[in-house]
Design a protein around this ligand. Structure first.
Ligand SMILES: [Zn+2]
Ligand SMILES: [Zn+2]
Length: 361
């Protein structure tokens, strides 16, 4: 084992995270012990830390649910995993209840979310159920030049986007509007493109638009524009490209109330709005927009573990990029990184690196 096992614990809303030794590291029969390579900082973590959103497990608790790492020990029923590199699903379903058997892992009543139900990934080590782990072929990974820590975002940001693209049935010839092209929407835009869609990216941040520009057929800066003006611009683009004026698939990835409001106002006839990720904000939806337009809205909680290998494959075969959407920091900078993320001062999604293998972020 590399570093002395520690976890950074949240003791109260906005209280500085405290570094504490991990005393028990023994996996149960169906569990594994993982030496963490990296753990992404998600907006959900910020909601637990700064807002009214409670964690299901009481405090003190370690946050973090975007985890990649190496299995270094396993219980008797999970020995196959020892020495393998893995991505841990953000929502780990039990795999045997009624919703799980019907492919509805997101509503498994026994699901475990690291950093919410159990101690999370802002730590050197974590014990998690082996069910649903996604194996990473390290030889292939090495050939790509991508680090295992970079794959932490597959645990949630990239797979939540992947799930939304699958759920909304994105395919060849579709017009997909990604609202918010940062740490989540950047993947949504790329993934929708790999499914054959023409992608329009919207953001209020010119830097984020510049990063995703190559992967979108059109980017729109929403600053100073009303949703009606954005919709008009997309309609004109669709007409020019011979794309449909209805049936748009709108992936709302901004996570902000204003962004959500805007997303619902972009609805066309037969549109599908998928909300990727979760927010406690209330939004207003005008009934006629959904009813008369025969449009649909779907919420997209997490991603079933069985889809993870397909999302990982898109990274390994180079069809979607992860490294340009993240910035890595040492785990012991967690307080500074949370402050910066909350202030909107991180340029990309933060990934915290524990000092396990001595590789600098
Ligand atoms: Zn998340
Ligand atoms: Zn279940």
């Amino acid at each position: 084992m590399g570093a002395t096992p520690v976890r950074w614990v949240m003791t109260g809303k906005g209280e500085p995270f405290v570094c504490m030794p991990i005393d028990t590291l023994s996996p149960g029969p169906d569990e594994v012990l993982i030496e963490i390579a990296g753990c992404g900082v998600c907006r959900t973590d910020l909601s637990f830390y700064y807002d009214d959103v409670p964690t299901r497990h009481g405090l003190p608790l370690t946050l973090g649910h975007e985890i990649s790492g190496h299995v270094i020990e396993a219980g008797d029923n999970a020995l196959w995993w020892v020495d393998r590199a893995v991505v841990v699903p953000a929502l780990i379903p039990c795999g045997h209840c009624d919703p799980c058997r019907r492919g509805l892992a997101a509503i498994c009543p026994n699901r475990k979310m690291p950093g919410n139900d159990i101690h999370g990934g802002f730590a050197t080590h974590i014990v998690v159920p082996a069910h649903g782990l996604c194996e990473v072929d390290e030889a292939r990974l090495a050939a790509t030049g991508i680090g295992l820590a970079d794959l932490a975002v597959i645990a949630d940001a990239a797979t939540a986007s992947f799930h939304a693209v699958v759920e909304t049935g994105v395919g060849e010839g579709d017009l997909v509007v990604v609202n918010g092209v940062g740490g989540v929407g950047g993947y949504a835009a790329q993934i929708a493109g790999t499914f054959g869609a023409t992608v329009v990216g919207i953001d209020i941040n010119a830097d984020k638009l510049a990063v995703i520009e190559k992967r979108c057929a059109l980017t729109l800066n929403a600053c100073g524009k009303t949703p009606a003006e954005l919709k008009e611009a997309i309609a004109a683009f669709a007409e020019q490209r011979g794309l449909p004026q209805n049936g748009w698939i709108i992936l709302e990835c901004s996570g902000s109330r204003a962004g959500r409001d805007a997303a619902y106002q972009l609805v066309t006839q037969r549109a599908i709005v998928a909300v990727v990720g979760c927010s406690m904000d209330r939004v207003e939806i005008r009934d006629p927009n959904l009813m008369h337009f025969r449009a649909r809205a779907v919420e997209n909680a997490g991603c079933p573990p069985e889809l993870y290998p397909q999302a990982l494959e898109l990274v390994l075969n180079g069809r979607i990029k992860v490294t340009e959407f993240i910035e890595k920091h040492w785990l012991d900078e967690i307080n500074e990184v949370f402050t910066a993320a909350h202030a909107g001062a991180l340029k990309r999604r933060g990934v915290l690196i524990p000092p396990n293998d001595g590789t600098a972020p």
